[in-house]
Design a protein around this ligand. Sequence first.
Ligand code: ARG
Ligand code: ASP
Length: 719
Amino acid sequence: MKKFLSLVVSLIILSNVTSAKEGMWLPMLLKSLNEGDMQSMGLKLSADDIYSINQSSLKDAIVSFGGFCTGEIISDKGLILTNHHCGYGQIQSHSSVENDYLTNGYWAMNHSQELKNPGLTATFIVRMEDVTAKILEGIDSELKESERQGEIRKRINNLVEETTKDSDYGAYIRPFFYGNEYYMFVTETFNDVRLVGAPPSAIGKFGGDTDNWMWPRHTGDFSLFRIYADKDNKPAEYSEDNVPYTPKHYLPISMSGIKKGDFTMVYGFPGRTQEYLTSYAIQQIKEVINPDQIAIRAKALKIMDKHMKASDKVRIQYASKYARISNYWKKWIGENGGLQKANAISLKQDRETAFLKATKGMKEYEGLLNEIEKRYLAIEKYALARSYFVEIPYRKMEMLRLANRFTSIINQTKKGEEIDEKTWTALKEKVALHLKNFDLNLDLEISAALIESYKEGMAPEFVPSIIKSKATSLKFYKLYTAKSVFVSEDKINGLLNNWSKGKAKKVEKDPVYKLMKQFWNLYAKEVRPAYNAISNEIDSLSKIYVKGLRENVPGTYYPDANSTLRLAYGQVDDYEPRDGVQYDYFTNTEGILEKYDSENVDFNLPGRLVELIEKKDFGKYADEDGSLHVCFTASNHTTGGNSGSPVINGNGELIGLNFDRNWEGTMSDINYDIDQCRNISVDIRYVLFVVDKYANAGHLVDEMKLVKTVAPVKVAMEK
Ligand code: ARG
Ligand code: ASP
């Protein structure tokens, strides 16, 4: 009986492998790993309809947007839908106090009004290939790890080179499961991507940082771009002669509505997850790294907020930077809360216990976990120093950051080398961008405050001597930087205009440059080498750990996100965040009015939207319940980079636009929990309503293909 029971139990565990909703799956493996499961959950398509290299498939409608978000093609004229927060940098760069598209939105009423965005790209995946054998086969197992890595790198470079020579395509190869497997992605990148439309921030960012990472949500987080190509439909630099791109596939848009339990999939470019971390790693993130990073950002945000509220110019200059800093500040708070509540450390310990039990007596795994633990103890000091360096001088002291941009031309000049045109142009662009979005008083105050945090939090050997013995205050930092060229726009431009050996020497003596050098050198000498060495060891050990888990411990194993194309699937679903609290799976426009507060920038609304909502003037975008749905939650495993990803139903039609996760669920990057983790999307009908009814840009909706598979049963009557 006992034997029989344990057989049943292990069958149940093993069968779990194929019925999971957790995971970000590789499109080319859907056929072998997920197709049956997906179809049993409601997918009406085949794996080939989602990913194929022989016929057009859903993948041909998905782009990596700028390398940091996802976008999808929704018309036969290359129209891209992505998030407002993904296009935010572009919307901001076209904005000024006079033409404030952040506040008012922007809608191109014809192709000639679509705005170019130098540097912005849209990248398709042409195909992917398992190249594990080519990369790993025959590598001498006796090789030292560093030599092994060297050999692997060489093979990767050769294979990429071989694949892309004489071709218009690009390619990259990434390790999966810590280097147990390798896949190659062949890409086609377009670099004429124009801004077509963006709602006012009061719609696209409604709820602001208050609602960010939270449910219930009412954000119309979308913007529209368009890919332009040359006459042969090939990528080309911006030119007036370019024409809208004709895609191999574009997503039809479902007007049928969404019900709890509906099958959903999210197709996109998730950035980074670490699902196979050990308990030691989780503990370090939760108890050492996150708390300090949260405190540093809280301090910076408070100062930024003060300056932004005091000046419209500063508000626009820092809008994008503020949003970026605030985003992960809040995410880490949620992540720590989720890890605590889920008892994540003990869950990982359970996995370690199962690992030890399953691999008992196997030489390869003996002592492995102890070795990993040792490395985490050793890396802690460097990991913390690294995050202080990144969070403080590297990212938030903007004058230092600018000074650092001069390092390489100074070195070249001193060596008597010629500086090429390209380097100059790049530097000038960076400097111009810095000056456009820079406020001296804000930077002085943040820098002074964060130097203080740095000195409090860092071991003395990581503190630059210039600030070590000084009582650091705003007064100190102002005085210290007063004579620097980096406090003055004129002086900076003067530097660029007639550069010389003398200038190079002068900058080297500049106080801001000197402080920057000390920070950067300390990091390069005292932190980075040790951090990288231990971190590489952890990766090598993790490779063995993950292999051991996959081969010996039943479970669902999917590769961590690494900015490559993935498909997550699940269903429209609600959740219970706390005892006694049950959230609905969708919101509607009534909630927008409930939150409306003209005194609070996060919840202010354009009068026109209030009017449309009050009149219930929703047109064909209303749900069959008569209301206009705004956002919904589903159990798709997503992460940063999935923003802008399409949420697709079982017929391959677009039902929503992914943009966020619930706060309790942000831990999903390191500990996914099917009961707690939800992705948050805008209902596609709300997007279309804003484009059509709010912005009167119905010509854009006319470009799209709207489909309705189920006739509405009943339409609620309005009096
Ligand atoms: N939390 C979402 C993501 O990680 C949205 C961020 C943008 N919104 C904001 N209020 N900062 O990207
Ligand atoms: N908001 C995130 C993004 O920009 C998505 C997430 O982390 O859930 O990619």
